[in-house]
Design a protein around this ligand. Structure first.
Ligand SMILES: *Cc1c(COP(=O)(O)O)cnc(C)c1O
Length: 240
């Protein structure tokens, strides 16, 4: 029997997740592994499903569409959009994905809400936050939110409007740490968790349970700071 290297990679990552979670005093089951299949064909995504990973992540709507349709018979599979979404792709995204993790403006949230009317259930979203100030990162601009009250105020103002939208439902926050040491990444993950805790107090009626943070190079630091979803591409499928 030939071994499925993807299954082996997933087994290894699950062990690393468990170790990081236990080290942080957390239950490993609180951490969902999202396999990021971008650039890889549907046959490769199928191998992840076969290895028991049901959450799949893509960063472009157009590339994801053929894969999602190809795997439509492979339920259960849950598709997460993790890349920047342009408003002209919002309609298709609202039809195809189970969760949009990359909502980075009030405007995009309003557009998604308009297109999510046809869904049986509200569309789950995460608000993507940029807590590092790195210009190359998308997301609501939350750099310095702890120092400057007006930054947090602008964000909560947008969230107030988003909570009024009937067809989308906030589930938490998503962030991407800049490339750096694990210790540096962990600081950004901690700031994101603290931000989430503030929002939970401010909007107790919303569900802020999900923290999507951590990728191949920094997921153990993210788990230490409370990540409930980690988005892993290279460590499962190899380099792109
Ligand atoms: C590509 C991508 C990932 C996965 O990155 P790896 O380093 O391959 O694990 C995670 N999150 C986002 C937003 C991505 O675009």
């Amino acid at each position: 029997m030939t071994k499925n290297p993807i299954a082996e990679n997933i087994t290894r990552i699950r062990a690393q997740i468990a170790e990081a979670a236990v080290h942080a005093g957390r239950n490993p089951n609180e951490v969902r592994l999202i396999a990021v299949t971008k650039t890889h064909p549907p046959e490769i995504a199928v191998l992840a499903l076969a290895a028991g990973v049901y959450d799949l992540g893509e960063n472009r709507v157009q590339e994801a569409e053929s894969k999602i349709l190809a795997l439509a018979n492979h339920k259960p599979s849950t598709w997460h959009l993790i890349g920047h979404l342009q408003s002209n792709k919002a309609k298709r995204a609202a039809q195809l994905f189970d969760m949009i993790q990359s909502v980075d403006s009030l405007r995009l949230a309003e557009t998604l809400d308009r297109f999510a009317t046809e869904r049986a259930h509200p569309l789950d979203i995460l608000l993507q936050v940029n807590v590092s100030g790195e210009a190359s990162k998308d997301g609501f601009d939350l750099a310095d939110w702890q120092q400057r009250q007006e930054i947090l105020n602008a964000f909560t103002h947008d969230i107030e409007r988003i909570t009024q939208l009937p067809n989308i439902r906030i589930r938490g926050l998503m962030t991407i740490a800049p490339i750096g040491t694990l210790t540096e990444s962990q600081q950004y993950f901690q700031v994101t968790r603290l931000l989430r805790d503030q929002l939970q107090q401010r909007f107790p009626e919303c569900d802020w349970s999900q923290l999507s943070m951590g990728m191949t190079d920094d997921f153990t630091a993210a788990i230490a700071e409370g990540a409930t979803m980690i988005r892993i591409g290279r460590a499962i499928f190899g380099s792109r």
